[in-house]
Write a protein that binds this ligand. Structure first.
Ligand SMILES: *Cc1c(COP(=O)(O)O)cnc(C)c1O
Length: 469
């Protein structure tokens, strides 16, 4: 059956079987929206097992000691934590509340790492009290932590966040260069308070080559630390492990080609012929690469097999020789296939110049990350209860915030079988970042509720009943 809704140039989302079953059941979708409101975030965390297995298999093929920490900032539900822990992973947390919620959920301290960019004293204390390793970013933070450790008389495990000195890596605000860490350790007596357990970094983008470069740099720092009688045991390469939302690479190329050829002012592809940051026919860096060749396991394999120029030793061998554990903190690629957002059509109308619009009970922060757009075709679900006649149409999706640029998506969509008030729109694969990372409650509109599959039923995730302190 051809889709009831697609982009003028289609970008067809890969669907998990649970998503197909859900959108194939209009009555259930309607009941869920009636009971829990629009929009509604739906989760089934079972695909996380497969995603984890892909990474573990790649590490095992190189006999590398390996551990995964789910980056919690990518999805706020407690269901995601439960699944990651049940799979034997840990959690990477980035604030006091993220840590507190994990601890209260029963996650043991040794399965957690704190990587918050800015750390409050309350966060440092909570981590120290529960024996959670902290990735340190700067000297001020290190001194705060040292004081807290001294008060409690505990020796606190830390990872040094490494800012690469390699010329091919973009300058970063995060962490410090190796020589800065070494001179800090030389000048400061940590022996009673802090213990360097590992090296941590997180890079922008998705390059396997860059991960390998900074991994080698981390191992050099580990050698230098061991010479100074520290005992670091792991390198954590952070997140940015790639995934694909689209199965069809050609669609991805065709979309950018068509956008490059679009005449100025032509709105048949995007709102106000928005180029989404692209200057030519190559995909813009302002959006996530929705199709990538190497993902998860294959990508990690490439990192582990890589060698420095003119050298024979692979990264995998370098890790094994030193008995160093490899860690990573994937967010998006672990949550691939785990979430979907459902919203109800509030109205159909035209812009004052006659351009058709479809209004949703939703605002644009509820299906968006920090990038310029979400580039997948939503799925239209015709509802039996909707009123009005459906005619073939094409339109933009607009939302609830009172601004002209309140587009749910920037792309233009075709509705071959029409669309009307009361129909439902499903946004596939929104579990990683696309539902939570910038959601806001402006105009005092409530945040979307979150459900997860519990057996055959859909149940509320506990995050929505938590009040932040
Ligand atoms: C955001 C972030 C991650 C997760 O990144 P993904 O791209 O979702 O894999 C991991 N670690 C740190 C420190 C981060 O800031």
């Amino acid at each position: 059956m051809p889709p009831l809704m697609h982009g003028t140039v289609p970008l067809t989302a890969r669907l998990e079987p649970w998503m197909e079953r859900l959108v194939g059941d209009p009555v259930l979708c309607q009941e869920l929206i009636e009971e829990h409101g629009s929009p509604l975030n739906l989760h089934d965390f079972s695909p996380m097992s497969r995603n984890i297995a892909e990474l573990r298999d790649a590490a095992a093929a190189h006999e590398v000691d390996f551990q995964i920490y789910l980056a919690r900032k990518a999805n706020k539900t407690l269901g995601a934590i439960d699944q990651a822990i049940a799979e034997g992973c840990g959690i990477d947390v980035a604030s006091f509340n993220e840590l507190d919620q994990c601890l209260k959920r029963g996650v043991p301290g040794d399965r957690l790492i704190v990587t918050a960019a800015v750390k409050s004293l309350a966060l440092l204390r909570l981590a120290v009290d529960h024996g959670v390793v902290l990735s340190l970013d700067n000297v001020d933070e290190a001194l705060d932590l040292q004081e807290i450790a001294a008060e409690t008389g505990k020796r606190v495990s830390i990872a040094l966040r490494l800012a690469s000195s390699n010329k091919s890596i973009a300058p970063t605000r995060f962490g410090m260069r190796a020589e800065q860490w070494l001179s800090f350790l030389e000048e400061t007596d940590l022996s009673e308070t802090l213990e360097v357990s590992g090296i941590h970094f997180h890079l922008n983008g998705y390059s396997a080559e860059q991960r390998a470069i900074v991994l080698r740099e981390s191992l050099e720092l580990i050698d230098a630390l061991r010479e100074r009688s520290h005992k670091p045991e792991f390198v954590d390469i952070g997140g940015g492990i790639p995934m694909s939302y689209l199965d069809d690479a050609q669609q991805w190329t065709d979309f950018w080609q068509a956008l490059a050829e679009l005449p100025e002012g032509d709105e048949s592809l995007t709102w106000k012929s928005d180029r989404l940051g692209a200057t030519g026919a190559t995909p813009s860096g302002a959006v996530y690469p929705y199709h990538q060749k190497l993902i998860r396991g294959e990508w990690l394999g490439k990192v582990l097999e890589s060698t420095a120029d003119g050298e024979e030793q692979t990264v995998a061998t370098m890790l094994k020789e030193r008995g160093v554990q490899l860690r990573c903190e994937p967010g998006r690629s672990l949550l691939d296939g785990c979430g979907l957002t459902l919203a109800e059509v509030a109205f159909t109308k035209t812009r004052s110049d006659g351009l058709p619009l479809v209004g949703l009970h939703m605002n644009r922060t509820q299906c968006r990350s920090t990038s310029a757009d979400y580039l997948l075709d939503p799925i239209l679900i015709h509802s039996q209860r909707s009123r009005g006649e459906r005619k073939e149409s094409s339109a933009f999706l607009v939302g609830a915030y009172c601004i002209e640029e309140e587009l749910i998506l920037r792309r233009h969509f075709e509705f071959p079988g029409g669309v009307t008030k009361g129909d439902l729109v499903a946004f596939p694969n929104t579990g990683g970042y696309l539902m939570h990372i910038i959601e806001s409650a402006s105009h005092q509109l409530p945040l979307a509720n979150n459900l997860r599959r519990g057996g055959q039923r859909w149940v509320r995730d506990d995050i929505d009943s938590m009040i932040l302190s």
